[in-house]
Design a protein around this ligand. Structure first.
Ligand SMILES: [Zn+2]
Length: 281
């Protein structure tokens, strides 16, 4: 082949490579597949199509479903930490994929009602603002005392009545999800939660109000990690995410304010969202 022909061939190869890369990134980003989450991430006031409803059978193995982010311990006690987390989630347009699990009266054992939402209207306004921007507000216990929902049916009922009444008095009604503090729950308290028409979120399961369990993969990768652990945690999380996607299991990423803010936590979150969600706002 003469030199001109070789150059021509090289040019063609380069062009083809570029086309393949572009096509690859288009197929990765373009078709927004409605997430499968058993319909649990379903808001009536959402302007997009209801996720989890329209996903057909053939889409079940789509590996690029975006995960849900679960922020635990949402209380004015962690106001500054929560702002930092929200800033990162906003960078990657994750508001519609994030659930804020709110503690109505944080740690009554140590602080009485000091951190009750009622005493922090600025924080309540902040939650309303986030809700308007697509973040979802749900319930994370009542006082978040040690294993508070490892209790009797009666106690659980009373706590749930207090929690939902307080939340609804502040404009947060229609709660549908309940994440038990420290995952602590027993058969009696579980019955009380389900009777309140709440879906329970656990590390491996959603338990719907009718008692049916749905498999999920809900994990936290940022428990006080150092800056040197970001890459390692990221590769574990991405491996889990891909595995869950292949198995058709919804993937939830749990984070704790005050914990993810430590060391390399927020760097992990940024890197994870950059890979998973792709585009920055
Ligand atoms: Zn908690």
């Amino acid at each position: 082949m003469n030199p001109l022909g070789t150059r021509h061939l090289a040019l063609m190869l380069i062009t083809l490579t570029i086309l393949a890369v572009v096509a690859g990134s288009v197929t990765r980003d373009a078709p927004y597949t409605p997430p499968r989450d058993g319909g649990f991430f379903h808001r009536t006031d959402q302007n997009e199509s209801a996720p989890g409803i329209t996903a057909g059978r053939e889409e079940r193995k789509t590996p690029n479903e975006r995960p849900l982010i679960l922020v635990h311990d949402v209380t004015p006690y962690y106001f500054d930490d929560i702002r930092q987390i929200i800033a990162v989630l906003d960078e990657y347009n994750c508001s519609n994929r994030t659930v804020l699990f709110v503690i109505p009266v944080f740690d009554t054992t140590h602080y009485g009602d000091e951190w009750s939402l009622r005493n922090h209207p600025d924080f309540v306004n902040y939650l309303h603002e986030l809700q308007r921007r697509g973040y979802r507000v749900e319930l994370h216990g009542y006082g978040h005392t040690y294993h508070e929902f490892n209790c009797s049916y009666e106690t659980a009922n009373e706590k749930l009545d207090n929690a939902t009444a307080l939340m609804s008095s502040l404009g947060f009604s229609n709660l549908t999800l309940f994440l038990p503090p420290a995952w602590a729950l027993n058969n009696e308290s579980l019955r009380a939660v389900l009777e309140h028409n709440l879906t329970v979120v656990m590390p491996n399961w959603l338990i719907l109000p009718n008692g049916i369990k749905k498999r999920i993969w809900n994990r936290e990768y940022t428990w006080y990690i150092g800056e040197d652990q970001v890459a390692g945690r990221l590769s574990v999380a991405l491996h889990d995410y891909r595995k869950a996607s292949e198995d058709g299991i919804p993937f939830y990423l749990s984070v704790h304010p005050g914990v993810v803010n430590y060391g390399g936590g927020l760097d992990f979150l940024r890197a994870f969202l950059r890979i998973i969600c792709g585009q920055k706002s």
